[in-house]
Design a binder for this molecule. Sequence first.
Ligand SMILES: *Cc1c(COP(=O)(O)O)cnc(C)c1O
Length: 360
Amino acid sequence: MTQEHIRLHIPGPVEVSPDTYAAMAAPMIGHRGKDFQALYAGIQPRLQELFQTRQPVFLSTSSAWGVMEGAIRNLVIKKVLCCCSGAFSDKWVDVAARCGKQAEALQFEWGEPVDPAALEARLATGEFDTVTFIHNETSTGVMNPLEEIAAAVRKFDDVLLVVDTVSSFSVVPTAFDELGLGVMLTGSQKALALPPGLALFAVSEAAYARAERVNDRGYYFDFIEFRKNQEKDMTPSTPCIATIHGLRHQLNRIFTEGVANRHARHEHLNAKVARWVESKGFEFFAPEGYRSKALTCVKNNLGIDVAALQKRLRDDHRLALDGGYGKIKGTTFRLSNMGDETDETIDNLLAALDDALGKL
Ligand SMILES: *Cc1c(COP(=O)(O)O)cnc(C)c1O
């Protein structure tokens, strides 16, 4: 059965290039043999360069939430403080509570960035041993100030910072070692432009030491288990080998383009979308200075029918557009420039939007 191709411009999963699918069609290999070990070891150096770490980068066969929940289970002994400013960050409090952990929300309005001073003030109570933080809040299009947040948390020796870079990884630099992060995680289906199902993460020495003191880490996301298997260039359980073949291909793409060039391309395409937004009289949901470089969350200040716009784009142009997430559905819409997007594909999207808006 063939399905008609609707090109994705939603902020995840993003469009996967045909050459990536072709790379994923490499013959299957066993995960306890030399071929897999070579695949695993071969991609480590480039993953470490992207994470900016000397720690290994682990491959988890799960979506990002698996590792997000795993970080809670591995690290929280006292209480976790969850920086909340949108759909993904808000949900982390509930996830922590469902893991049986003491959790508190440090809540900001959707569309506002996380404030490092407010975080520092709350940590000064000494109640917390872990902080969860989303670098790029995909629901609101806000890129939070990672460096300032990391600096605030570093003032507290026994507090570990868990950073979700699901929609910022490889879009902007994220320096795991230098920032002193406890855990940094990302997922395959956002800026890496792979199919969903693979999460990648790094763990600091301090975070391993914490995990060793936690008894109920479970098995599937146990950081210590990941480290043990890493020593043999393996994963704890059977990984999604086809997606890892795709990852190897995308790493080739990234390092052929050059990491700095990749960052610059994202910035350039994002700025192009921003100029279009302003030219139409739309506003941004995120404040100036905190706008994501991975996607644009457009405020529907013109009161257009977002559902009708989506339908036009799909029916007339075979493009998928996001109509806003959660409680800001319809009052916002989002345009992704993550992954393999080019001037041509973004120009095509903006021309399609012009056409569709003209027919509403
Ligand atoms: C998409 C996204 C997630 C969720 O990832 P899953 O792969 O669906 O688990 C988490 N955090 C952010 C910031 C995201 O954009």
